[in-house]
Design a protein around this ligand. Sequence first.
Ligand SMILES: *Cc1c(COP(=O)(O)O)cnc(C)c1O
Length: 376
Amino acid sequence: MIAFNNPPFVGKELEYIKEAVDSGKLCGDGMFTKKCSAWMRERFDIAHVLLTTSCTHALEMASYLCDLKPGDEVIMPSYTFVSTADAFVLRGAVPVFVDIRPDTMNIDERLIEDAITEKTKAIVPVHYAGVACAMDEIMDIARRHHLKVVEDAAQGVNAYYKGKALGTIGDFGCYSFHETKNYSMGEGGAIVFPDDAYLERAEILREKGTNRSKFFRGQIDKYTWVDYGSSYLPSDMNAAYLYAELEQAERIDEKRHAIYQYYHEALRPLAQEGLIEQPFVPDYAKHNAHMYYIKLKDLEERTKLIAYLKEKGVMAVFHYIPLHSAEAGLRFGRFHGEDVYTTKESERLMRLPMFYNLDMKDVEYVADCILKYFGK
Ligand SMILES: *Cc1c(COP(=O)(O)O)cnc(C)c1O
């Protein structure tokens, strides 16, 4: 069976984990956590990077830092992972879902302004498949209405919008290093932000409401409970795994693009005949080959093709059930405007195997199977 995903492994992970263990410090903010943060600060040109236990937790931190009160509204797409909404629902905020663009599956920036009310506090663009949302337009709306922008860049690590790293454009960016993402530490993430004003609160929030980070830097001589907080910092062993991958970011990026390109070219004849649709990347976006998907005619055809591929030993999978139609989405959120594309496009979308250690022979086989299904 060709898996849909396997966690990336590039080579030095175990060596670095051993180094972390031998250093005698396994908790958060050790040597490898510092190396990962420094790497990202430099590579993504962003002032502050705090490694977290997940992207979900990074989003939770962002929702605290936005100072949301119960009843405040947050605008986001419905076609996204549950955490995008959950992090804000935990604060008592209401996710207001707007429709997506069918070309990129990202929030339709032209529909955001109409969803703004007196209670709106933030916009949460999700860079689906590592393809950037229309950030100039979104930032312009946010500025005019004094809203915060929290980028869910879980899938957008090392992808860019007009040369700027995704996650670094809004007030806060949230990354995921889950095993299904391009760069991994098993479970993990990061919150990134440009504004120094948030640093102290973010550190306190992440360290159980204490000023322990200041203490470790020698800025105070004992640490204490100063505000509310939780424990959002990952163990240095996990950071060691991630650092081995960040060091090899080029290799990972190249391999993923090679897979993406192969699928894209091999399946192009099907798109030319109108049998499938292929992903679209706007000129302003440099994507990171996080995902390769195709869109079929409808739900029925997708179900048939997934079953056919399974029979041929290939795991291809669908993606999100729109949040506004899920049990919790109905309870906690609302959809503003008309669902023209969210449901329809989500039902047609199918993702193909894509991961760093995937054999190119397997990639060829997957593409061949799809061509055969269509009688080519
Ligand atoms: C993976 C993902 C998340 C959650 O990331 P975790 O690190 O697993 O918490 C959130 N949003 C999107 C869009 C994702 O793809």
